[in-house]
Design a protein around this ligand. Structure first.
Ligand code: SF4
Length: 217
C-alpha cells in the first residue's frame, strides 16, 4: 500500500501544479446539504438553479421546505431531475436538520456518513460531499469524474470498491489533502480527461498514466 500512497501523492503534486488555486465554493452546511442532494445525477449548474428557486420559494429559509405544499417544492426542483426522490430526501433530512447538523459537527466522519446514509436517497458519495464541503470533515467523495480519472490512472486496486478507496484515502491523508485532490480530479476530468475523448497530449499525468500509454498514440 506504500506504493499506492506514493503514486497518489505524485498525481496530487502534478495536479496542484496545474491547478495551484483550487476553487472552493463557500456554502453554509445547510445550503451545502440542499445543493448536494439536488446535484445527484445532474450538473452543478442545474442544481444551483434549483437552489436559487428554493431560496425564492422559502425566502431563504430552507427549513420551511418540509412545511410547503409538495407541488410547489417539486416545481422549484424540477430542472434538476429525479425530483420525487430528491423531494423525499430533502423533506426527511430538513425535518430533522437542526439535530442532524449538531450531530454532524460533533461526530467523527465515519459516524457522520452512517447518519446521513440512514436518510432516503442519500448514498455514501452524497454523504461524503456534505461532510467534506459543509462540515470540513476528512472524507473523500468519488463522483463520476473522479471514478473515470482514478480508473484510467490505475489507482483503484483490483477488487476494491470505490467506498474501499474512499476509506483508504481517509485513513492515509489529511482532510485538506483529500478536499484538494477530490476537487482537482474533478477539474481534470471536466477540462482534460473527458469521458469520450481524453486529451492526453495536454495532460501533465501522461507519462504515469496506464490508459494514455495503452490507448493513445
Ligand atoms: S493521460 Fe489521458 S487518460 Fe490519463 S489522466 Fe491524463 S487525460 Fe486522462
Amino acid at each position: 500500500m506504500r506504493d499506492l500512497k506514493e503514486r497518489i501523492e505524485k498525481v496530487y503534486r502534478r495536479l496542484l501544479k496545474l491547478y495551484p488555486e483550487p476553487h472552493r465554493p463557500r456554502r453554509t452546511p445547510l445550503e451545502q446539504a440542499v445543493f448536494t442532494v439536488l446535484s445527484q445525477n445532474t450538473t452543478d449548474k442545474n442544481a444551483q438553479r434549483c437552489v436559487e428557486n428554493l431560496k425564492k420559494l422559502t425566502g431563504g429559509d430552507f427549513l420551511k421546505i418540509p412545511l410547503l405544499p409538495k407541488e410547489k417544492v417539486i416545481e422549484a426542483i424540477r430542472p434538476c431531475g429525479m425530483f420525487n426522490q430528491k423531494y423525499t430526501a430533502l423533506k426527511a433530512l430538513l425535518e430533522r436538520w437542526p439535530e442532524v447538523e449538531k450531530k454532524l459537527k460533533e461526530l467523527p466522519a465515519k459516524e457522520g456518513i452512517k447518519l446521513l446514509t440512514s436518510f432516503p436517497f442519500i448514498g455514501s458519495k452524497t454523504a461524503r460531499v456534505i461532510l467534506t464541503f459543509g462540515f470540513n470533515k476528512n472524507t473523500f467523495p468519488i463522483d463520476t469524474h473522479c471514478k473515470r480519472v482514478l480508473k484510467r490512472l490505475g489507482l483503484i486496486p483490483e477488487g476494491w470498491s470505490f467506498d474501499d478507496f474512499s476509506e483508504f484515502m481517509e485513513e492515509n491523508f489529511s482532510g485538506e489533502f483529500n478536499r484538494v485532490f477530490h476537487y482537482n480530479l474533478i477539474r481534470l476530468g471536466r477540462e482534460i480527461c473527458g469521458a469520450r475523448k481524453p486529451r492526453c497530449s495536454e495532460c501533465p499525468l501522461r507519462d504515469i498514466c496506464p490508459y494514455a500509454n495503452l490507448f493513445q498514440p
